[in-house]
Design a binder for this molecule. Structure first.
Ligand SMILES: Nc1ncnc2c1ncn2[C@@H]1O[C@H](COP(=O)(O)OP(=O)(O)O)[C@@H](O)[C@H]1O
Ligand SMILES: [Mg+2]
Length: 312
């Protein structure tokens, strides 16, 4: 594994009774962009915080650039971290903030200034470089976050839900940057609970739930988990129990991927079986209001692996 840059092995982290990470392992090659896809509470932030050194008392190991991350302090200088919320100097402008954060690394001041301007160009903030941060929108702040994470040209960039709660323009810009830094050889781990984002920009996707990775691979590899099936979403007047009862032992190549009140996701080996299913639902007094047939997608994979929707 010549290009292995990060090797996370068997990390377990608990907060009292809660196991936030449960024997979590993940490795990353140079230039790989991994999307860590998981619902709220999956353990994404805990992982990023352990890697960035702000959360301690865990078991397991992390090797970064061939060395133990936690016993080689200078290794941190090769890592860029973009947490969800970042403390800026709100009275300072973007350039001064970048100069401040960049000043924490050993970058000659003249190089630093040039780098700061380049990054503001990259995150599309150069026109606002001299405005104090307190005048920035949420999306602008998040973009500045990303610029700060890149100021020292890290080999590894970690971003925790970088697109949550921001406008579309900022989101597109950030996703573009993530993809591009990957092409330039920087490895990236970014966490998200948005399916579309990982589908768009990742070389590899890891699906995470309850502190562990359930599956990982390229989008195509993951979709094979569902197999050559048709995905059918059924909406109507029913409780989760009622629906499961009605299709108990459905057979005929019908698989319930997930079911909640008023919504069920099914996988069909053959959509010829839809009328038979409708009949069974009807016999059980279940009114169907909407039925959608889709090709297998990442959402179906997620439903199959976790039994629940990302939005739950
Ligand atoms: N400081 C903390 N104290 C107690 N429980 C925590 C703390 N931080 C996170 N948790 C719990 O650990 C689990 C994972 O949380 P987190 O890593 O924030 O997940 P995610 O970022 O995927 O939403 C959740 O159940 C959360 O409630
Ligand atoms: Mg989080």
């Amino acid at each position: 594994m010549g290009n292995l840059i990060l090797d996370i092995k068997n990390i377990t982290k608990s907060y009292g009774d809660i196991t936030a990470l449960n024997n979590f392992s993940l490795s990353l090659q140079k230039g790989e962009v991994i999307g860590l896809l998981g619902p709220n509470g999956a353990g994404k932030t805990t992982l990023i915080s352990i890697l960035s050194g702000t959360v301690k008392d865990f078991s397991g190991s992390v090797t970064f650039k061939g060395k133990n991350l936690f016993s080689h302090r200078t290794l941190k200088n090769h890592m860029g971290i973009v947490p969800q919320d970042m403390a800026f100097y709100e009275d300072l402008n973007a350039i001064d903030n970048l100069m401040f954060w960049g000043g924490l690394y050993e970058i000659p001041r003249s190089n630093l200034k040039q780098r700061a301007w380049e990054l503001l160009e990259l995150v599309e903030l150069s026109a606002r470089a001299k405005d104090p941060i307190k005048k920035y929108s949420g999306g602008m702040k998040r973009r500045l976050n990303v610029a700060i994470g890149l100021i020292h040209k890290p080999g590894l960039l970690l971003l925790d839900e970088p697109t949550v709660g921001i406008d579309v323009q900022a989101k597109v810009n950030i996703l573009d940057i993530i993809k591009n830094v990957g092409h330039q050889g920087t490895s990236v781990i970014f966490t998200t609970h948005q399916l579309a984002e990982v589908e768009e920009i990742c070389s590899r996707i890891a699906i995470m739930d309850k502190g562990a990775i359930l599956a990982q691979g390229t989008l195509e590899e993951l979709i094979r988990i569902v197999g050559e099936k048709e995905i059918v979403d059924v909406q109507g007047e029913f409780s989760a129990n009622q629906f499961s009862e009605a299709l108990k032992a459905p057979g005929d190549g019908i698989e319930i991927l997930s079911v909640s009140d008023n919504l069920a996701n099914l996988a069909f080996a053959n959509t010829d079986k839809i009328p038979a299913m409708m009949e069974r639902l009807f016999k059980n007094n279940i009114q169907v209001s909407d039925l959608k047939i889709k090709s297998p997608n990442l959402e179906a994979v997620f439903l199959k692996l976790t039994g629940r929707s990302l939005r739950d």
